[in-house]
Design a protein around this ligand. Structure first.
Ligand SMILES: N[C@@H](CCC(=O)N[C@@H](CS)C(=O)NCC(=O)O)C(=O)O
Length: 266
């Protein structure tokens, strides 16, 4: 699997592989060194993003589709990571889609509140290579436009506010669902818990206050206590984690933390 230690989409897939005990070869694509804009990688995935799973001669992209593929292909022992039944399927479809819809907001929170702009932005040369090195792909073109705008003006107040409001709506919905349950679909964890754990961990690390979503916050703690979930968020270079903590502290001193945005709006 082509993936990156700090990529939220890669983390989701690695947790499921680990939970299912699937032995796989991990090829690190270091996004901080722009390895995903190299011609060979764009030749495999013209979208220009990780993760990418290669299995039995086929290539799979989109982390949530990869989760479904892994679940179907490698049998589970014990409980099912995507339980049968129309109601379950409907909720899995809806909440995986919602999680995917919020991916741009997750990037806003990451690049705006966990990483200094100078360190996060891509150089003009990288953006040109990103555009030039693969077959034309509208998905990648959108990524490049996002990074170009980010390079010019960083994360705008509007982007930060929209992200906070979108997460607030999603977390309110999830909070209502888990009020009387141990996991998002009932008694045992599923792909929904994997996907949302990674989102929750990222936004909480960036300083998103969880006081208004007590049941969801309990679920997050339950998720974090599960060894494969816990192990995953500890991966990656320590300096990236330290930069996040220091940068968040600096934003708090300036009064521009994610919590400050939240308090202004909600
Ligand atoms: N919807 C896609 C999103 C993939 C995505 O955006 N991956 C990020 C890492 S989480 C990436 O590769 N970003 C490229 C970059 O940082 O330039 C999925 O779920 O697989």
């Amino acid at each position: 699997m082509l993936n990156f230690s700090q990529s939220s989409c890669s983390q989701k897939v690695r947790i499921l592989l680990s939970e299912k005990g699937v032995d796989y070869h991990s090829h690190e694509i270091d996004l901080t060194k722009a390895e995903h804009i190299r011609p060979w990688f764009l030749g495999i995935n013209s979208r220009g993003v990780v993760p990418v799973l290669a299995h039995d001669g086929d290539v799979y992209v989109e982390s949530n589709d990869i989760l479904r593929y892994i679940d179907k292909t490698f049998p589970s022992t014990g409980f099912s990571w995507i339980p049968d039944g129309d109601e379950n399927q409907k909720l899995v479809d809806k909440l995986l889609q919602l999680e995917d819809d919020l991916h741009d907001d997750l990037r806003v929170v990451t690049m705006g509140f966990l990483v200094p702009h100078k360190a996060a932005k891509k150089t003009d040369a990288e953006l040109e290579a990103y555009a030039r090195n693969g077959l034309d792909d509208p998905y990648r073109a959108k990524q490049i436009a996002w990074w170009r705008a980010f390079g010019e003006h960083g994360i705008t107040t509007t982007q930060a506010e929209e992200a906070v409001v979108n997460f607030h709506h999603a977390f309110s919905e999830l909070n209502a669902i888990v009020k009387d349950r141990n996991w998002l679909l009932g008694d045992s964890p599923t792909v929904l818990d994997i996907a949302w754990f990674i989102t929750l961990h990222r936004v909480i690390s960036a300083g998103f206050p969880m006081g208004n979503y007590p049941a969801l916050n309990c679920l997050y703690k339950r998720m974090k206590a599960r060894p494969s979930f816990h192990k995953e968020i500890k991966k990656g270079p320590v300096f990236i984690q330290v930069v996040g903590v220091v940068y968040r502290f600096f934003r708090r001193l300036k009064g521009t933390s994610l919590k400050a945005v939240y308090r202004r709006l909600l």
